[in-house]
Design a protein. Structure first.
Length: 359
């Protein structure tokens, strides 16, 4: 985007700074983000929220601002500088709202950039897994008393197993015979596992597991670390909404504990890294354990397996639908992704003996 336009949008916000330069940040897959430097040591992140993906952008921004304000109230012992390193801080516009709408109808928000911080795209040590677990556990613990009725559901049915299974069955009914034949093994695995994979959904529906604030995108790259690899701040809160704790725990484990890339075709390279699982779980429980109910604790391991399954199911569903959702690089890309996740489940089962955990 033209830098003059970026400057103009930036100046709609009450940042009390003078624009110096901007640089596009390329870490996200959905939104556009720009690092804004000023003539002081302050820097900001200007973000365009993709309103084609997120249908209620004002609601989305309201969610993450409310959660940030709630988190700040838990860190009253910190000075302003330290607070801005531990919690995302959003800057309002000159009219007092948390977003600006440009002439093309795009929504923008502005937050303070957290300097001297780092992210990890993959986990390569137990220390990072442990610190990531501490950070996401703390996030869930500190938001545990937030009223979820104040949050909108940014992506309806995002982790709803019944909804995802229904999508799969619809895709299966409409799929070509050729694709069904090629994917037969994966299809059979879905049917074999479907009852176990509905356990958490049924517990949520019955109220046995309560709704909490959940982040819903707990990959390790959404955790900021300092130079000593200590966890600093949870970022990318666009998908904050009501959910159960097992979604966030499970999605983190799914992304941290796969020894191969998500689309690795050589399944011999795909296994579940139990060492990283134990490190993440240790950090996670250190910061949230006292806030968990016995039922929540009991089913944490199933949360990991369920989130791996949901991604396998979504990849398989898209393959049966002729690849209409996920970007693919070759004809069977989505099927390879599904096979990858099913192999990860197989390795998980071999190491975790989950049926014993649930007795």
């Amino acid at each position: 985007m033209n830098k003059n336009k970026i400057e103009n949008i930036f100046n709609q916000f009450e940042h009390l700074s003078n624009y110096r330069s901007s640089k596009e940040l390329v870490s996200g897959h959905i939104n556009d983000s720009y690092l804004i430097t000023t003539h002081t040591d302050k820097a900001f992140v200007l973000q365009r929220i993709n309103h084609e993906v997120f249908k209620d952008v004002p609601g989305l921004i309201s969610n993450k601002v409310a959660i940030s304000n709630h988190l700040k109230s838990k860190f009253q012992n910190l000075n302003k500088s330290d607070l801005h390193r531990r919690v995302l801080t959003f800057i309002p516009t000159s009219s007092g709202v948390s977003y600006y709408i440009d002439e093309k109808g795009n929504y923008w928000n502005l937050s303070i950039f957290i300097a001297n911080s780092f992210t990890h795209n993959v986990v390569e040590s137990e220390v990072v897994a442990y610190e990531g677990g501490k950070l996401f556990g703390e996030f869930l613990n500190l938001t545990g008393d937030f009223d979820t009725q104040q949050l909108i559901e940014v992506i309806p049915n995002f982790h709803d197993m019944s909804f995802r299974y229904k999508q799969f069955k619809e895709a299966l009914n409409l799929a070509t015979n050729e694709r069904k034949a090629i994917a037969e093994d994966c299809i059979n695995k879905v049917e074999m596992m479907k009852d176990e994979m509905h356990i958490l959904q049924n517990l949520k529906t019955s109220g046995a597991i309560r709704l909490r604030v959940t982040h819903n995108d707990t990959k390790i790259s959404n955790a900021l670390f300092d130079k000593e690899n200590k966890g600093l701040c949870v970022i990318d809160t666009d998908t904050v909404m009501p959910g159960i704790i097992h979604y966030d725990f499970g999605d983190a484990i799914r992304t941290i504990c796969n020894t191969a890339a998500e689309d690795e075709k050589d399944l011999n390279l795909v296994s579940f890294n139990k060492t990283y699982y134990e490190a993440y779980k240790k950090g996670f429980l250190e910061t949230i354990n006292n806030a968990l109910t016995p039922t929540e604790s009991k089913y944490l391991p199933l949360g990991a397996k369920t989130m791996i399954f949901i991604m396998a199911l979504r990849f398989l569903t898209d393959y049966l639908n002729n690849d209409i959702y996920y970007k693919t690089k070759y004809p069977n890309h989505n099927l390879d992704r599904a096979k990858n996740q099913f192999k990860l489940i197989e390795s998980f089962d071999e190491q975790m003996h989950l049926e014993l955990c649930l007795q």
